[in-house]
Write a protein that binds this ligand. Structure first.
Ligand SMILES: Cc1ncc(COP(=O)(O)O)c(C=O)c1O
Length: 411
């Protein structure tokens, strides 16, 4: 059979022999698998016979999701985990030993930032941050003899930094280090890091892949050798396995992923253009806009820009919260990548525990608003934003004050 296309793989890859067979993969809601006899048990444990041992490291529904994700990310294998953070933790734990480090872009999701900054030192390992990740020379400078891999999130959440994956991959090859890409925001429907030279891909499948905010999940896609190692020496002892129901929900998500991403992208572009022209908006961060500094680079590595964006209101902290409260269709929640459009006000929620100086360094102002555009009708979303804008007066003060929260959360 000729090489299958993305949508065919997203719907069929790996589905071969369930008995009795069914259109929708069965949910194997079981933690263990009885053996025919003692010999079979022993053969499965030594690997002489294929089979399932225990739900923490093997489950048929989860394995199908893994096979499908490996097919879509063009890797030999994949291993699913209970969340995106669990996947990144499993990979990091596998690749690093005490004294070693990861060289990472500092434009990463807050949970990853915390894992690298706080979690790695507890394992005796560390991170070397690249604070100018657009500069390949800065990456090269950060690498030392103890570096074991390079990590980049592109596009990044929430700053929407876009890395030049082929250039980073060339550096990684020269230094004989694997390049890991967090592909959560684009998904393989829009960006395939392995074909651009990366070695390993990670995802929070909680976001666009699941697509409707029903299940947490994560995945590492890479060589068979890497994934076998994480299965035998990582997930088996650490335990963050994906739940079978979550694997099933994520398989359902994959079937419509490419279609949904097309709509996410077209809705997002329309809304970014609307916001960019609005008199009550200072600026819009969305790589799909021709005015965005990454716009040219995107064309060579992404089929679309996904639907995460941020914009700054010409207004104060209070006006930003008033604007959010006035939205009627758009939901105020701590999430992204679902069919429903979601608004977040980082200064009063996800980043509220940072001091003002730190927030400003991270590009977060009192009136910055993050949007994850869903797949509703574009005109209804624009109408919702328009009526919320009417709620606020035009205010050109750029330096409004922050209110600090208590909890150092990052979403
Ligand atoms: C880019 C990125 N990677 C990883 C994660 C962590 O995923 P999870 O919430 O599934 O643990 C997130 C969560 O928002 C994310 O945005």
């Amino acid at each position: 059979m000729s090489k299958q296309g993305f949508n065919t793989k997203a719907i069929h890859a790996g589905h071969s022999e369930f008995s009795p067979d069914s259109m929708s993969a069965p949910i194997y809601q079981s933690v263990a698998y009885p053996y025919a006899d003692a010999k079979e048990a022993a053969d499965i444990f030594t690997g002489e016979k294929p089979g399932y041992t225990y739900g923490r490291w093997d489950n048929p529904t989860v394995n199908l999701f893994e096979t499908r994700m490996a097919a879509l990310e063009n890797t030999e294998a994949a291993i699913a985990a209970s969340s995106g953070m669990a996947a990144i933790f499993l990979l990091t734990h596998h690749l690093l030993s005490p004294g070693e480090n990861v060289v990472s872009s500092n434009r990463v999701y807050g949970g990853t930032f915390g894992l690298f900054n706080v979690g790695l030192p507890k394992m005796g390992a560390g991170v070397k941050w690249v604070t100018k990740p657009e500069s390949i020379a800065a990456w090269e400078k950060a690498i030392d003899s103890k570096t074991k891999f390079l990590f980049v999130e592109t596009p990044s959440n929430p700053s929407l930094f876009i890395a030049d994956i082929p250039a980073l991959a060339a550096l990684a090859k020269r230094k004989k280090l694997p390049l890991v890409v967090d592909n959560t925001i684009c998904t393989p429907a829009l960006q395939q890091p392995i074909t651009l030279g990366a070695d390993i891909v990670v995802h929070s499948t909680t976001k666009y892949i699941c697509g409707n905010a029903t299940s947490l999940g994560g995945i590492v896609c890479g060589s068979k050798n890497l994934i076998d190692g994480i299965r035998q020496n990582g997930i088996r002892y650490l335990g963050p396995a994906m739940a079978p129901l979550n694997a099933w929900l994520s398989l359902n998500g994959l079937e419509t992923l490419a279609l949904r991403m097309e709509r996410h992208c077209s809705n997002a572009l329309a809304i970014a253009k609307f916001l960019e022209k609005h008199p009550k908006v200072n600026f819009v961060n969305y790589p799909g806009l021709p005015s965005n500094p990454y716009h040219k680079m995107i064309k060579s590595q992404m089929k679309g820009c996904s639907s995460l964006m941020s914009f700054e209101l010409k207004g104060t902290y209070e006006e930003a919260t008033k604007f959010i409260d006035a939205l009627q269709i758009i939901l105020h929640a701590t999430h992204l990548g679902t069919c429903k459009t979601i608004v977040t006000h980082p200064a009063s929620t996800t980043h509220s525990a940072m001091g003002e100086a730190e927030m400003r360094k991270a590009g977060i102002s009192p009136s910055l608003i993050r949007l994850s555009i869903g797949i509703e009708d574009e005109k209804d979303l624009i109408n919702d934003l328009s009526q919320a804008f009417k709620n606020m007066s035009l205010n050109n003060k750029k330096t409004a004050s922050f209110k600090s929260g208590k909890y150092p959360l990052a979403f």
